[in-house]
Structures are given as C-alpha cells and as structure tokens.
Design a protein around this ligand. Sequence first.
Ligand code: GTP
Ligand code: MG
Length: 343
Amino acid sequence: MAKQSTIRTPIVCVMGHVDHGKTSLLDRIRGSSVVSTEEGEITQHIGATLVPIDAVTRMGGALSKVTVNVPGLLFIDTPGHHAFTTLRARGGALADMAIVVVDINEGFRPQTIEALQILRNYKTPFVIAANKVDRIHGWRVQENQPFLKTFAQQNERVQGMVETKVYELVGKLSDLGFNSERFDRVSDFARNICIVPTSALTGEGVPDILMVLIGLAQRYMTESLKVSADGPGAGTVLEVKEERGLGMTLDVILYDGNLKVGDEIVAAGNDQIIETKVRSLLKPRPMSEILTEERFERVKSVTAAAGIKVAAPKLDGVIAGSPLRVVRGGNKEEVVEQVRREV
Ligand code: GTP
Ligand code: MG
C-alpha cells in the first residue's frame, strides 16, 4: 500500500507535430502498464490516462535508484493538427510537465516549434521523445527495452545514425535557446533538456521517458504539486459534449482541490459567466465492463489531479478551454471574478 501523500499526481501533456506518434506513445505507456501491473489498475480518466506510480516504476527499470514521492502520472494527449492551436495551448497551460514527441527521421516541424514556445511561455519542464527510432534502416528491435540496452545491440552504422539525428535535434533546440543532450549524458535536469530516443511501436526507450518524467517531478515540482485535497476544486474544461441520457456535459481536468456532486460551480461562456450546480460526476468504465453496464460510472466526488465528466443544468453556453471553479464558503463573487480573469 502506497504511503498517503499530500503531493498530487503531476499532469503530463503529450505534444508535438501531427503523426509524430503522441497517441501511439500514450497507448504504449498505457498498454505496457496494464500488463506490468497484476491488478491492471490503470484507470482511464476523461481526456486523460492515470498511470499509478508502482506501474511507472515497474516499467521504468533504472528508476529504483530514485526515491519516488509522486502518486503517479496523469497523461493528457493533444492533437498535432495545425488547426488545434488553442487546444494545445490549453493543454500546455494545464501541464506540470510535457513530452514533446518528434519523429527522429523528420526532425522539427511547425507544431514541434509551437509546442516548445508554449512550454517556454509557461516555463513547463519537458522531455523530448525522439520517436520512431525503429524506422532507422537496419534497426534491430528489442521490445520494451530501455534505450541504452537496445542501443548497445545495434550495429555501428545504426548507432551513428541515432547520434547524428539526436545532434540535429540538439542543434534545433539550441537555435530556440534550449540546451539539450541525450538523456544518459545529462547530469543536471535544470541545465539540459533530456532527449530520449523512443519507439512507440516497440516500446523501446519508453522506460527512460518515464524515468526522466519522474526525475523532473521529484526535483523541480514537489512544492508546486502540494495541493489542498479538501479545498474547492479548480480545473479546465477540455470539451463540451452532449451525451445520450445526460444532456450537455463538460470534460474537465481537475488540477486542484476536489469536486463533489451538488457543488456550485462557475465556468465561462462566450460572453457570460455560467453558474450552475453539479448534478453528476462521471468516470469512464473499463472497456470490459461497458458491454454489460452503462458507459459511465457515477462517483460522489473526485480529487485533483483527475479527468472527470460533469453533468449539470445550463451547460450549453460553456466554452471549451474555460476555467471551472467550485464555490464554497460564500465567496461566490470572488470566484466569478477569478473565472472572468482566467478566460
Ligand atoms: P496526431 O494526433 O494526428 O497529431 O498524430 P500523433 O502524433 O498522435 O501520431 P500517432 O500516434 O497517431 O501515429 C501516427 C502514425 O505513426 C501511426 O501510423 C503510428 O502507427 C505510427 N507510429 C507512431 N509511433 C511510431 C514509432 O515509434 N515507430 C513506427 N514505426 N511508427 C510509429
Ligand atoms: Mg494523436
């Protein structure tokens, strides 16, 4: 049983150019973590995937050296298509950390650069996944192995290719004002951005990505991750969706405090503030149960960080990207003002 922690789960946003492998990488993290935990305790949140820390450590291999004190990692996927700039900016603003996925063979593309600019604006720590390393001609696959193990098995030409490609990325990052290095040569996370060669298809390098994320969380954000679990909830609306039998709902990432059924909440519409009361809080069910049960499971409350679907009256006008805040203890005016400022 994990020790009770006051540190909340860091939110990790996966960003990068279209088709560079963001969703595949998340699928891989999710898939391997399901097989690596006996209970299969990975939980699918609304708009997010929670990987508990013991699943992360089991996948992370070399991780056992560091003392881990975050409860897990909550991953959020973002779309790479150029049309979704606001969605990405929203993800970037929410994120405690990020993975920037770059196709190692294609290098930087416009949305890679956009992602880096967003992360710089918010001073969000990140790691680069130099993905699709398995596409390098002659690559010999070692399923799910840490990078250094699989790298050692490659022939000299392939190793040379990886080095060249990584240095191209180092050069591009340097043009943008970031110092970076291949992760195994980085001794100080504050000075250098880690580049981890990965394959979302084979799982190679995935343990190292997780290790670097945990390292970043421990060293640079344990203070900012301390939240009052009993405080009024604060979150961001990722999507506004009509659901059969539920009416209009909000998909929310809660990053602070808690949210309960019956809570008075405030969110933003196009030109007005919307105040309403939580009717139900809904979590997705595991795939296996959907066949026999409703798609969603009703819960009474959730604590940050979490992805949750909120059903309530009067949600029609709420805009995606809106802040969502809970009113508790008669401070409604203050909360409304806060929401107005954050839009
Ligand atoms: P958008 O969400 O559209 O921005 O794309 P994405 O970044 O989520 O990319 P996605 O994961 O959908 O992958 C795009 C294609 O690349 C798919 O066909 C994947 O199977 C393939 N792909 C992703 N990662 C890898 C990898 O590491 N190796 C190989 N060979 N193919 C990969
Ligand atoms: Mg995707």
